[in-house]
Design a protein around this ligand. Structure first.
Ligand code: BG6
Length: 485
C-alpha cells in the first residue's frame, strides 16, 4: 500500500521531537509500508537536502537507543521531502494536490502538527483544493479547542471538508502500550470481568504525574492549565477505557460508542461539587529528583501573579449500574515527586477477616510510565512467619508483569503506533468528535467555577505530591493515594 504522509508544521517542535523519531522507529522495525513518502510542509524556503540535514541534526537530541546510524538515516532520508507553503495561499494547496496526484498514492495522510488556530484555514483550503477525497485522512493534534464552543467550531470547520471517519483526533495516551494491554486484560480474558464492578471494586485512582515543569512553554501553558492540558483528554480517555462496557466488536465505532456512554454517565459538576471535589494547585520552588527548581510564577514567559493551575485532583462517579457509588479519582500535575502514570484499581476488603494484623485489600496496578506493566497485589502466607494467637500474619506480595521484559522486541511507542494506524486507516485509537465535545461539556462547570472563585490554586512545593487538600479529598472516603500507602 503506497502512502503520502504530509506533515503541516514540518519544522516544528512536535514534528522533530515526536513524529520524526516515531516514523524512523517504524521504518527501522519494518512497519512503515513500502512505497511511502513523507512530505514536511512549512513556511520557509528549504531544499529536500536541507530539510534532511535539519532532521539529522535534531536526531542528536533523541535518546541513544533510538538514534539512527548514518547508514540507517540515509536510507530513511530518501523518504523525506520538503515543500514551502503559505497556508493562506490557495495556489499552494493546488500545488500540493498536484504533487500527490502525480504519484497517485493509495492513501494520503495530512497531519496537522501546527498551532490549532491554523486548523480552520488549512481544512478550508484543503477542501477547496479538492484534497479531501475518500483516500485522504486528516490527523489533528491537540489542543483541540480550549472550551466547548471552540472545540465545536473546530469540528464544524473540519466537517465542512472531511467526513467523520476521515478526521483522526490524536490523544497520544491511547497509543501507549499499557492502554492496549488494558483492552486485552479486560476483553481478552474472562478473569476480571465478574470483578469489574461496584460489588468488588472500592475505588479507582488514575494518576499522571510529571516531574518536569512547564519548561519553555510557559506562555502556552498559562493559557491552558492542567485541567485542559491533561484531564479533559488523557485522564478522561483512560477513565473511559477502565469504565466502558465490553463493546460488541473491536470495530472503532463499537468501542467509541461505549466510551461515549461513559463520558455521558459522568456525574455533572455543580459549583458546590467543584468546591468540594476538585483541588487545583500551583507549584512553588522546591527540589525535584535532587535538583532545586523554580516555582511556576518564576518560569519563563509566565505572567506575574498567574492563577493557572499546574495540578488537579478530582473525584467523580460514573452514574450507571456497574459503577454507581464507586469513586473515580483523577490526578495530574507538573513538578511532582516523580514521573509516574498509573491506574490503581482498589478492590474491596474481605467481608469477614479471619487473619489478624494485616488488613490490606487486593489491588491491580496498570502502569503506564516510566515502565509499562501490571501488578496484582495479594496477601500471602510467608510460612514460618510471625503468628498472632495461632493464626498466620499475612504478607503483601505482588504478581508482576513487566511488558518490556515479556515482549522485548515488540515494543512500539505511542506516536509510532498512532501514525501507523493513521496510514492503515485503523480508527480505534482516535477520538471521535462527539467524545471530545462531551469531555469538554463535562469540564466546563469546573472552568466556570474557577473563573468565579477568587481563591485561586493552592500552592504546593515542587517535588511533593501536590497540595495537602489532594490527600484530604481521598481521605474523606477513607482512601489514600498509592504513594501514601
Ligand atoms: C501532552 C501535554 O499532551 O502530554 C504535556 O501537553 C505533557 O504538557 C505530555 O507533558 C505528557 O505526555 P507523556 O507521554 O510524556 O506522559
Amino acid at each position: 500500500m503506497s502512502f503520502d504522509l504530509v506533515l503541516f508544521g514540518g519544522t516544528g517542535d512536535l514534528a522533530w521531537r515526536k513524529l520524526m523519531p516515531a516514523l524512523f522507529q517504524a521504518f527501522r522495525h519494518g512497519k512503515l509500508p513500502p512505497g511511502g513518502r513523507i512530505l514536511a510542509v512549512a513556511r520557509d524556503e528549504r531544499s529536500d537536502a536541507e530539510y534532511r540535514a535539519y532532521i539529522r541534526e535534531k536526531f542528536g537530541g533523541v535518546e541513544e537507543a533510538k538514534q539512527p546510524s548514518d547508514e540507517e538515516f540515509s536510507r530513511f532520508a530518501e523518504l523525506l521531502h520538503y515543500r514551502r507553503m503559505d497556508l493562506a495561499q490557495p495556489a499552494h494547496y493546488a500545488g500540493l494536490r498536484e504533487w500527490t496526484q502525480a504519484r497517485g498514492a493509495d492513501t494520503v495522510v495530512l497531519f496537522l502538527a501546527t498551532s490549532p488556530h491554523l486548523f480552520p484555514v488549512i481544512c478550508e483550503q484543503l477542501g477547496a483544493a479538492g484534497l479531501n477525497g475518500p483516500h485522504v485522512r486528516v490527523v489533528l493534534e491537540k489542543p483541540l479547542g480550549h472550551d466547548l464552543p471552540s472545540a465545536q467550531e473546530i469540528n464544524r470547520v473540519v466537517r465542512a471538508s472531511f467526513r467523520e471517519e476521515q478526521a483522526l483526533r490524536i490523544d497520544h495516551y491511547l497509543g501507549k502500550p499499557a492502554v492496549q494491554n488494558l483492552m486485552a486484560l479486560r476483553f481478552g480474558n474472562a478473569l476480571f470481568e465478574p470483578l469489574w464492578r461496584r460489588e468488588s471494586i472500592a475505588n479507582i485512582q488514575i494518576t499522571i504525574a510529571e516531574s518536569l515543569g512547564v519548561g519553555t512553554r510557559g506562555d502556552f501553558y498559562d493559557r491552558t492549565g492542567a485541567l485542559r492540558d491533561m484531564i479533559q483528554n488523557h485522564a478522561l480517555q483512560l477513565l473511559t477505557m477502565i469504565a466502558m462496557e465490553p463493546p460488541s466488536t473491536s470495530d472503532a465505532d463499537a468501542i467509541r460508542d461505549e466510551k461515549l456512554k461513559v463520558l455521558r454517565s459522568l456525574k455533572p459538576f455543580t459549583p458546590e461539587a467543584v468546591a468540594r471535589d476538585v483541588v487545583r494547585g500551583q507549584y512553588k520552588a522546591g527540589t525535584v529528583e535532587g535538583k532545586r527548581v523554580r516555582g511556576y510564577l518564576d518560569e519563563d514567559k509566565v505572567p506575574p501573579g498567574s492563577a493557572c493551575e499546574t495540578f488537579v485532583a478530582l473525584r467523580t462517579e460514573v452514574q450507571n449500574w456497574r459503577w454507581a457509588g464507586v469513586p473515580f479519582y483523577l490526578r495530574t500535575g507538573k513538578r511532582l515527586a516523580a514521573r509516574d502514570a498509573q491506574i490503581v484499581v482498589n478492590f474491596r476488603d474481605v467481608p469477614h477477616p479471619i487473619f489478624p494484623g494485616t488488613r490490606q485489600a487486593n489491588k491491580l496496578i496498570i502502569k503506564l510510565q516510566p515502565e509499562d506493566g501490571l501488578e496484582l497485589h495479594l496477601l500471602a502466607a510467608k510460612g514460618g512467619g510471625a503468628s498472632l494467637q495461632g493464626a498466620e500474619v499475612l504478607t503483601p506480595v505482588s504478581l508482576d508483569l513487566d511488558f518490556d521484559k515479556a515482549f522485548p522486541t515488540d515494543r512500539v511507542g505511542a506516536y509510532e503506533r498512532l501514525l501507523m494506524d493513521a496510514i492503515a486507516g485503523r480508527l480505534n485509537l482516535f477520538v471521535r468528535s462527539d467524545e471530545q465535545e462531551q469531555a469538554w461539556r463535562w469540564v466546563e462547570p469546573i472552568l466556570e467555577a474557577w473563573a468565579a472563585d477568587a481563591l485561586g490554586p493552592r500552592p504546593y512545593v515542587a517535588g511533593s505530591w501536590g497540595p495537602a487538600a489532594s490527600s484530604a479529598l481521598v481521605a474523606r472516603d477513607g482512601c489514600v493515594w498509592l504513594e501514601e500507602q
